[in-house]
Design a protein around this ligand. Structure first.
Ligand SMILES: C[S@@+](CC[C@H](N)C(=O)[O-])C[C@H]1O[C@@H](n2cnc3c(N)ncnc32)[C@H](O)[C@@H]1O
Ligand SMILES: [Zn+2]
Length: 401
């Protein structure tokens, strides 16, 4: 079956009855992830511009030393003169992501341990008249041996089995998808604790919990190798979390990222929450708003989950040939305008707690601003918001006479 995405046309396995194309024993292709891939291509375009000045051999400030030996194993290394930046699609399946990266001017390597997937990657590069390397290998073995400017992890479920090798292999940019939202958000608590080294709590802001748990784990993984991982862009949809982290710096930069970790204390009765930075939690005995016992989650990442200026550039790099261009622009516009602070509220869930009917979102946000608080929509859902007001202040500011 042929599929068009962006400027490329690729072959994917036929869809079978009742299953999305490519699931099961055949090579994987999920049409529902087109938004994820469109945003990836826009990010790669924007990131290429960001590093343009020093991707041609004049420097590699974010390289973080020569952990992997550099030299001959360093595909397109920093001393290679004029070159395209290198991109590894570490778990490539049909290769759709890597083929699209190659079409955007990246020197792409497509890796999959499944020989059928690797063969399809080759077919899809040739079909689009694009250069690119195809490797049939365990991604961890490849990443231990070679470095790339950007490494993309888009595996089944959790990316954690690939995280250590990826933070050492990626010179600058680490792109990660996680589809195991139940462990990340606290629904499968023990699994979340095992995989991510965080205690998650199931809250009404569960997509942001999942994102901050994933960022915490990736930042701590990078810090183990004296590397600082800073989120450039993050988004959560119903089925996955996707993050783009810029890697750089040394031990002191990595320490600064660790300083962004901390805890959220949350009240399930009134939805009060407070956050505290640091690796030692000091939860209050009871909710200051209603007296209920608080639940504590962490250590999660409490810093900004995106770089606003970069997200604007990614938005500008979305092109009309993308199948999800409209959705991608809307998503990126909302993310750019989100307040940085953790965590978001859902107006409908607050209204239910207060026994009120819900208001129009613009009206609700305007009331908060009129009362002197900052307030924004968030990309986590149509009725979600961030504000500098706490839950009691939100209730007071938005009460109708
Ligand atoms: C979710 S699919 C990738 C989807 C693809 N990135 C896309 O955008 O359509 C995951 C792929 O990872 C491959 N994979 C799983 N474990 C791997 C490993 N250890 N090394 C390399 N590839 C692996 C699987 O064979 C499968 O093709
Ligand atoms: Zn409370």
């Amino acid at each position: 079956m042929d599929v068009s995405e962006g400027t490329v046309e690729i072959e994917v396995p036929e869809a079978r009855d009742g299953a999305a194309a490519g699931r099961g024993e055949t090579v994987f292709y999920n049409p529902e992830q087109e938004l994820n891939r469109d945003v990836t291509v826009a990010t790669l375009r924007a990131y290429r511009e960001r590093i343009g000045a020093d991707s041609d051999g004049r420097g590699d400030e974010s390289g973080g030393g020569s952990e992997n030996g550099g030299g001959s194993n360093d595909r397109g290394g920093s001393d290679s003169g004029d070159r395209s930046p290198t991109y590894l699609d570490a778990t490539a399946a049909s290769g759709v992501r890597g083929v699209r990266a190659a079409a955007s001017g990246w020197a792409a390597t497509l890796c999959d341990r499944d020989p059928d997937a690797a063969a399809l990657c080759r077919t899809n590069l040739v079909r689009n008249d694009l250069d690119g390397a195809v490797v049939t290998r365990d991604a961890n073995a490849l990443m231990a041996a070679e470095r790339f400017d950007a490494v993309d992890l888009d595996p089944f479920g959790t990316p954690i089995p690939f995280a250590d090798a990826a933070v050492r292999s990626a010179r600058r940019l680490l792109c990660v998808t996680a589809t195991d939202t139940a462990p990340l958000c606290g629904a499968h608590r023990a699994s979340g604790i095992r995989k991510y080294g965080c205690v998650p709590v199931t809250t009404e802001f569960h997509p942001e919990m999942g994102l901050r748990v994933l960022l915490s784990a990736l930042c701590r993984t990078a810090a183990r190798y004296d590397r600082a991982a800073r989120p450039l862009l993050s988004h959560v949809t119903r089925h996955y979390v996707r993050v783009y982290l810029e890697l750089g710096g040394g031990a002191s930069e990595a320490n600064a990222v660790i300083d962004e970790l901390g805890y959220v204390h949350w009240c399930q009765r009134c939805l009060f929450r407070a956050h505290e930075f640091g690796l030692i939690a000091h939860p209050s005995d009871a909710c200051p708003n209603c007296g209920e016992t608080l639940a504590t989650a962490g250590p999660i990442y409490l810093g900004a989950t995106r770089d606003r200026a970069f997200v604007e550039r990614v938005r500008g790099a979305v092109s009309d040939d993308m199948g999800t261009a409209k959705r991608a622009r809307k998503l990126l516009g909302t993310i750019a305008n989100e307040l940085d602070r953790p965590t978001h509220y859902d107006q409908h869930k607050l209204a239910k707690r207060w026994g009120r009917s819900a208001s129009a979102m613009d009206d609700f946000l305007a009331r908060l601003r009129e009362a002197g608080y900052e307030a924004s929509r968030t990309h986590y859902g149509g009725t979600t918001l961030k504000t500098t007001a706490d839950v009691a202040a939100i209730e007071a500011a938005t009460a109708r006479e």
